[in-house]
Design a protein around this ligand. Structure first.
Ligand code: SF4
Length: 169
């Protein structure tokens, strides 16, 4: 199976109500944890400069399809085009995320789970790294199980690699 077949299967699965419920519920659970832990965003947008910051963001093919569809729909409502391959390539050259604009996330409402969980602030007791990785691992395991339940191919993709795949279709 090639990229084209995988993308078609992810897109079809991403439109299922079960998948929407899964990711919206995951977003809510993350938001509740963040509200409880109250990490600070100390360097707004710095972690979205992946190369300079030494951080990478990954997600599954199904999550990428879900997120990209929702970002594209939001952009369409604002009469903006979906992301193009060239924009993803430029972001890779700069070392940042193609949605980053003026230090802010241009896809804030629909950003992936990994973007919602990661904070550079580890808190006064330094426990931030622990709860973030525990939460991330739990969500990741549930996402893999969702792929399996739906029979959707599982791939773990770097964010911009995923965006390039979808923009190229
Ligand atoms: S989607 Fe938003 S939060 Fe996530 S890496 Fe891109 S700019 Fe940063």
């Amino acid at each position: 199976m090639g990229d084209h077949d995988d993308i078609a299967q992810w897109r079809a699965a991403a439109s299922l109500p079960e998948v929407e419920r899964f990711f919206l519920d995951a977003r809510q659970r993350i938001a509740e944890e963040v509200r409880t832990r109250r990490p600070l965003c100390l360097a707004s947008g710095a972690c979205c400069h992946f190369e300079a910051y030494g951080h990478r963001m990954y997600l599954s093919g199904l999550e990428a399809a879900f997120v990209v569809a929702r970002i594209d729909a939001a952009r369409a409502r604002q009469a903006a085009n979906p992301l193009r391959v060239l924009e993803v390539a430029s972001a890779r050259e700069r070392g940042d995320c193609p949605y980053l604009a003026g230090g802010l996330c241009g896809a804030h409402e629909e950003r992936p789970l990994g973007c919602r969980i990661y904070f550079c602030d580890k808190g006064a007791d330094g426990k931030g790294a622990e709860w973030q990785s525990d939460l991330y691992e739990a969500m990741h395991a549930e996402t893999i199980a969702l792929h399996e339940r739906l029979g959707a191919p599982y791939r773990y993709l770097e964010w911009r690699a995923a965006l390039a795949l979808f923009a190229g279709e």
